[in-house]
Write a protein that binds this ligand. Structure first.
Ligand code: AMP
Length: 395
């Protein structure tokens, strides 16, 4: 990646606008229940503070849709950040105007301030020009470390960057791009990609693009049934994405042309309705009507785990079944275990797969867990990430 990083910047005494991804889950008492995303930004925050920057942290939280509300306030995140950093974090309920400006003026070198949720402003998601200019006027230098938001062209991730002489990335973005870059440019082979989840539309482009890079693509989850249907199998009452059948056909043809293997489940855990409370039936091959495929079956688990064991590089995104239900979580957890046992490069790409890995206590066994499911998928689709494109090129 040929972009400025924080190590290229003059920092002492300078006001740094740092876009972070503090979009963390909160419980009913507004306590942070998972601080992984805050922790992931600490190396960058610490580096900037240690080098005498006056730090202004900007993030979004949830989807407040341009309206301020207590529910989506970042105040609890400021408290958690203060505990992690063991240092005062000023919280500014204002983002622009005299209150915010005074808070920034009061910062000394090595101090930090967290602004209120940037998505309280409708201009943020519109990437509004004036709003971007106003945000840029608050600081001297721009740093983006919000990997989870780089696939979105918003004011704080894209618009603002052009108004700074220097716009650099932090350590988290650097690390995420290094891992994703390695698997797409020079993976240790065989490279096995596992793609699951329910929506064909969200993943089909990734599968198609990965066929150029990976040796084997394993498909699980609800979307596998559209692939199986195209291949002529009966899928009973399993979910079928009729709208995207032609994309699935194209992808299967591409695999044939490239002589790459797309593996599909050959047995399934099924149920008569979408429920955890009824009998589970293991079905091989065709699924009779009246039954829904809910998870990959034991033979498929064996086949997929053998592929993972042989691989030098493994990328995984998306559950193999309805893993939220205990009867149908085995396939997903077996994939997590097989990856944890693999001695090569293992990357888990966001969302439900990360939740499964954390639940199985296997996070420490993976080479990399992405903090941005959407961003990593977009990268693997081969599409540009606007938040990265907006950063200053290194000469
Ligand atoms: P996605 O957002 O496309 O990654 O899909 C994730 C969701 O897919 C999870 O909530 C799973 O419960 C769901 N899912 C996985 N397998 C199936 C299946 N066989 N039938 C219906 N939903 C599924």
């Amino acid at each position: 990646m040929n972009k400025l990083t924080i190590e290229d910047l003059e920092l002492k005494g300078r006001r740094v606008f740092l876009r972070v991804d503090f979009n963390v889950p909160l419980d009913q008492n507004r306590q942070v229940t998972d601080d992984n995303r805050i922790i992931a930004a600490i190396p960058t925050i610490q580096y900037l503070l240690d080098h005498g920057a006056r730090l202004i942290l900007i993030s979004h939280l949830g989807r407040p849709k341009g309206t301020p509300s207590e529910e989506y306030s970042l105040r609890p995140v400021a408290e958690r950040l203060e505990q992690i950093l063991k240092k005062k974090v000023v919280f500014s309920p204002a983002v622009l105007g005299p209150v915010a400006e005074t808070a920034i003026d009061c910062l000394s070198d090595g101090d930090c301030l967290l602004m209120e949720n940037i998505r309280f402003f409708p201009e943020e998601e519109k990437n509004d020009t004036q709003f971007s200019k106003d945000l840029a006027s608050l600081a001297d230098v721009y740093v983006n470390d919000a990997f989870g938001a780089v696939h979105r062209a918003h004011a704080s991730t894209v618009g603002v960057a052009q108004y700074f002489d220097q716009a650099a990335c932090g350590y988290l973005i650097k690390k995420e791009l290094e891992f994703l870059g390695t698997i797409t440019e020079k993976p240790t082979r065989p490279f096995c990609a596992i793609i699951g989840g329910a929506k064909v539309k969200d993943k089909i482009q990734v599968i198609s693009n990965l066929l150029d890079k990976a040796d084997t693509v394993l498909i699980g989850g609800g979307m596998a049934y559209t692939f199986l249907k195209v291949q002529g199998y009966q899928i009973g009452d399993s979910i079928l994405d009729e709208e995207h059948i032609s994309l699935v056909e194209e992808t299967l043809k591409k695999a044939e042309t490239l002589k790459k293997s797309i593996l599909l489940p050959n047995d399934h855990l099924t149920a008569a309705s979408f429920s955890n409370e009824i009998e589970v039936r293991t079905v091989a091959g065709d699924i009779p009507s009246g039954l829904l495929g809910m998870d990959i079956g034991p033979q498929t688990v064996d086949t997929y785990c053998n592929e993972i064991a042989k691989a030098g590089t493994v990328f995984w995104n998306g559950p193999m079944g309805v893993f939220e239900m205990s009867n149908f979580s085995a396939g997903t957890f077996e994939i997590a275990r097989a990856m944890a046992a693999n001695g090569g490069t293992t990357i888990v790409g966001g969302g439900d797969s990360v939740a499964a890995v954390n639940k199985a206590n296997l996070a420490a066994k993976m080479s990399h867990i992405s903090t941005g499911g959407g961003a990593s998928l977009k990268f693997l689709e081969g599409k540009p990430l606007p938040g990265i494109a907006a950063l200053t090129e290194r000469n």
